[in-house]
Design a protein. Structure first.
Lengths: 109, 114
């Protein structure tokens, strides 16, 4: 079967670093996506990993290990505007996205 | 650039009534999707279309129908609404012919069925 899991909620301090983990199981894999979703808004694309390793994009980085079925999103120099839900999703063998429930990130001053 | 638009923004609907949620994109993407998002659950795919003239069923298609008469429009119809269809509905599109298959989302429609 297919499943994907990420923590429900995390809290971090402004200026700090936070890592949001995502684990998945699937027989067919075509990449791992991270999206950001502010309350009441649409998800917006953050990153895509299809090969193992770390992809860095400004303050945000995403890591993938296909053999472990594991990814993480790393956010550095946290800002209050980073308070949002972070959605992990993998693309299955039919090129459809299977979504996690999202991790709500709370940033405290 | 509009990207993807959805209408209406929100709606309260009586159970048993029908309704069509509209979705239009101006990016000439070949693929379009309808998702529902419920508290505590991930986005769940209702229906999708890989190209104009074709549609497919997603994870939760029952009670919904779609059509794709042209590239830009992908309406979602609830034939006879039930309270369990209360949700936030997102339309998305992607150029699935390019690498990454990033999906772009519309602003969503918040539907309440009473």
């Amino acid at each position: 079967g297919q499943n994907i899991d990420q923590p429900t909620e995390m809290t971090a301090t402004e200026g700090a670093i936070v890592q949001i983990n995502c684990t998945y199981q699937t027989s067919g894999f075509n990449g791992l996506f991270w999206y950001q979703q502010h309350a009441g808004e649409a998800p917006t694309f953050l990153s895509y990993n299809v090969l193992d390793g770390l992809e860095e994009k400004g303050r945000f980085s995403s890591f993938l290990s296909r053999s472990k079925g594991y990814s993480y999103l790393l956010l550095k120099e946290l800002q209050m505007k980073d308070s949002a839900s972070y959605l992990c999703a993998f693309m299955d063998s039919n090129y459809q996205l299977i979504w996690g429930a999202g991790t709500k990130l709370i940033i405290k001053p | 650039t509009a990207g993807i638009t959805q209408a209406p923004t929100s709606q309260i609907l009586a159970a048993g009534r029908s309704m069509t949620l509209r979705c239009t994109q101006d990016m000439r993407h070949n693929a379009m999707y309808w998702y529902r998002q419920d508290l505590g659950l991930g986005l769940r795919l209702i229906h999708y279309s890989n190209t104009a003239g074709t549609t497919g069923k997603g994870e939760v298609p029952d009670g919904y129908s779609v059509s794709r008469a042209n590239t830009d429009d992908f309406p979602l119809t609830l034939a006879s609404a039930v309270p369990s269809q209360t949700s936030v509905y997102f339309c998305a599109s992607s150029d699935s012919r390019s690498g990454g298959n990033e999906q772009f989302f519309g602003p969503g429609t918040r539907l309440t069925v009473l």
